[in-house]
Design a protein around this ligand. Structure first.
Ligand SMILES: NC(=O)c1ccc[n+]([C@@H]2O[C@H](COP(=O)([O-])OP(=O)(O)OC[C@H]3O[C@@H](n4cnc5c(N)ncnc54)[C@H](O)[C@@H]3O)[C@@H](O)[C@H]2O)c1
Length: 275
């Protein structure tokens, strides 16, 4: 069994593709006056979302266990740090009260065959990646309903739509999040609240960098080959996704142009899920 919660200096050697300039991508999303809660905001996709939503004018609550990284973001004026273990479910629900936008992002990975998967780890992953989003949304919805406007964006995964071997807890959690998102979409619609999932393939973050290092060691091959031949074996576009690309879709879903996108699951996966 391997767990994936810590960064490793690996995937950055995979080829990079230039992304569009932010000014060209961001002009139309104005979140001035909105308060956004981003879980797992200290790194990876959550950090990119926090930066992007702040850039659109939102006041951002940056929730994570990593106090130092949150402090660095707050020092840049990105938002207000909320140092919190999101598996403390009562605290999570309280922390999201009064928010107009919730981005359910925090997540971890564990790779193990089912028969060896530690039961307590399986429970932890469901608590962090399904129960905590439920409690964050539960805390935020009364405010959203009161204002007649709200946005829930759930950072799911291709693994919310497809399975991979040895990722039982993660795939289970993401499929659960997909179901929860759709229920919130139905209940929220009459109140101006949308709920959607974003489904990335492999994104260049600590979570994936650790998997690349582990797979390189397990297969005895260079990390570049792990990216192209193992991680991206089912993906026609042979590159990792940048966190900012995911954040851009999240920002769009939070804007008024996306008010009719509800209950959807939107792949950002280079056509993996089309295969
Ligand atoms: N990286 C990918 O390829 C990829 C692909 C699809 C979906 N996702 C999803 O995107 C989300 C973010 O992934 P990432 O790659 O940016 O991961 P990451 O490891 O870079 O960041 C995750 C963040 O969550 C925080 N976190 C973890 N447990 C926490 C807890 N108990 N309480 C509070 N904060 C906690 C970590 O401190 C970290 O800052 C996850 O839900 C993941 O499943 C990632």
């Amino acid at each position: 069994m391997t767990t994936h919660e810590f960064p490793a200096d690996t995937a950055r050697r995979a080829p990079r593709t230039p992304s569009p300039r932010p000014a060209e991508r961001t002009a139309r999303v104005d979140l001035t006056g909105k308060t956004a809660f981003v879980s797992g905001a200290a790194g990876g996709i959550g950090r990119a979302c926090a930066l992007r939503l702040a850039d659109a004018g939102a006041s951002v609550r940056l929730a994570d266990v990593d106090a130092d990284a949150l402090g660095a973001l707050a020092d840049r004026g990105v938002g207000e740090p909320v140092v919190l273990d999101l598996t403390d479910l009562d605290a999570a629900e309280e922390a999201a009260r009064g928010c107009d936008i919730v981005v359910n992002n925090a997540g971890v990975q564990t790779v193990s065959p089912v028969q060896d998967f530690p039961p307590e780890r399986f429970s932890f992953i469901l608590r962090l990646m399904v129960e905590s989003p439920f409690r964050l949304v539960r805390g935020a919805l009364p405010h959203m309903y009161g204002r007649g406007w709200g946005r829930i964006v759930n950072i799911s995964s291709v693994h919310g739509l497809r399975a991979s071997a040895y990722k039982s807890a993660y795939v289970t959690a993401k499929h659960g999040l997909e179901g929860f998102s759709k229920v919130v979409a139905l209940e929220g619609a009459p109140h101006g609240v949308t709920s959607n999932c974003v489904n990335p393939g492999y994104v260049r973050t600590a979570l994936v960098e650790k998997q690349i290092a582990d797979q390189a060691a397990a297969h005895g091959i260079p990390e570049e080959r792990v990216v192209s031949e193992v991680l991206l074996a089912r993906t026609p576009l042979k590159r990792l996704i940048e966190p900012e690309e995911v954040a851009e879709l999240v920002a769009y879903l939070c804007g008024d142009d996306a008010s009719y996108i509800n209950g959807a699951s939107l792949p950002v996966d280079g056509a993996w899920s089309a295969s």
